[in-house]
Design a protein around this ligand. Structure first.
Ligand SMILES: *Cc1c(COP(=O)(O)O)cnc(C)c1O
Length: 399
């Protein structure tokens, strides 16, 4: 493996054939300004010191690596370890990049941060970060989602962000993206857009990956210290791909370490209700960048579904597309039933209730561990905790 996977993207924002800026020319200038500011600001000691201090004292980093001994015993085979991003303040990995984005806004002299949210996870993490940094936050959310996601909507209001209800189109995530982006373009000088994953036009996939790479840096050091060697296999769930990219990024040059990203197979890959973009998609463009897409023969984006709302995105981060093509990472899928089984097993064997998103990664670890030897190890990125999913699961399984 050469170093080229680490020095990405190139100056045009491409990871191999994917990424870039598929946007009108006047937007390219705006994106390039963000890129230049990011490259400068994020390298300063002041910025890095402030971010690292907040990671330690506010988020609670480093998050531990935990050996899931009872789960391992039950499955047999490889030992399964968890990187506990569920223990972060706000309960998931998203706070890692939201804090970075809010601080970046402050250092760039912006007065307002704008974003969209689907199920509300990104909205809550961003509203939290903006409250902490002391910067105005405006979140656009579809009317349908606002009705569905009550606890997150309430949290955003308490945290003081301005919540804009989007009533156009299907009144869901896609319309919220359009609405938030339009608002941003009214004043790109004083405001900044804060994206929710390693997606969107360059430089967003790079910025979010860099902020999430704290997960991989910690994991690599912690695992070496505890086990005296690197893990054999990394597993993470993939929606847009930020928690997976954060973990993978620091192991790209470790040829012995396998990396597996897990997409939602939903109700089955043979149905139309899944979001297995890398498994079944084809190259296209979406939300300002090139990536694998779930699209029809005319290039229209298909509706997607997952039991885990954080995973139902019809595109995927450009670096994952590249890692798949060069075979540095592989991508598999887990369906709703397998996800629910892993959710319950982890809860009852380890006392850890995972997010339904993260349960996809746990399910795949359970699937492959039994065919591996007891000397081998699997490190799962446990991206978030399952409090938000507890009522739904209990009702679904009639507990
Ligand atoms: C949002 C979310 C995801 C999916 O996002 P990625 O960008 O693919 O990491 C995964 N897990 C949890 C807990 C989430 O909230």
């Amino acid at each position: 493996m050469t170093d080229n996977t680490c020095n990405m993207p190139d100056e045009n924002g491409y990871f191999g054939e994917y990424g870039g800026q598929i946007i009108p020319p006047h937007l390219v200038d705006i994106m390039n300004e963000i890129n230049d500011a990011y490259d400068t600001v994020s390298q300063t000691d002041a910025f890095q010191d402030e971010l690292n201090k907040l990671y330690a004292t506010y988020v609670g980093r480093p998050s531990p690596i935990y050996f899931a001994e009872r789960l391992t015993e039950k499955i047999g085979g490889a030992r399964i370890f968890l990187k506990r991003e569920d223990l972060n303040h706000t309960g998931a990995h998203k706070i890692n990049h939201c804090l970075g984005e809010a601080l970046l806004a402050k250092y760039m002299g912006k007065t307002k941060v704008l974003a969209e949210t689907g199920a509300g996870q990104h909205g809550v993490a961003l509203a939290t970060a903006c409250a902490l940094v002391g910067i105005e936050c405006e979140i656009h959310m579809g009317e349908v989602d606002i009705q569905k996601e009550h606890p997150n909507v309430t949290k955003m209001k308490i945290l003081g962000c301005k919540l804009v209800s989007v009533s156009r189109g299907t009144k869901t995530l896609k319309d919220a993206v359009d609405s938030a982006f339009e608002e941003y373009l009214k004043d790109p000088v004083n405001s900044i857009y804060a994206i929710g994953s390693v997606v969107g036009p360059h430089p967003f996939p790079k910025i979010v990956r860099d902020f999430q790479s704290i997960v991989g840096r910690e994991a690599r050091e912690q695992f070496l210290a505890a086990e005296g060697k690197l893990p054999d296999t990394l597993i993470a769930c993939v929606g847009g791909g930020s928690n997976a990219m954060g973990l993978f990024s620091e192991f790209l040059n470790d040829e012995s370490v396998k990396m597996i990203g897990i997409e939602p197979a939903g109700k089955g890959l043979e149905t139309s209700e899944h979001a297995a973009t890398l498994t079944l998609g084809s190259k296209g463009s979406l939300h300002g960048f090139e990536c694998y897409n779930l699209q029809d023969t005319e290039g229209n984006t298909l509706p997607v579904y997952s039991i885990a709302s954080g995973l139902d995105y019809p595109g995927v981060g450009p670096q994952h597309c590249h890692l798949k093509d060069i075979k540095r990472a592989t991508y598999a899928s887990i369906d709703d039933a397998e996800c629910l089984d892993a959710f319950m097993q982890l809860s009852r064997l380890e006392g850890i209730i995972p997010a339904l998103e993260s349960a996809h990664a746990v399910a795949h670890a359970m699937k492959i561990a039994k065919d591996m030897s007891a000397e081998e190890t699997i490190l799962v990125n446990l991206s978030g905790r399952g409090d938000k999913d507890a009522d739904f699961v209990a009702e679904h399984l009639s507990l």
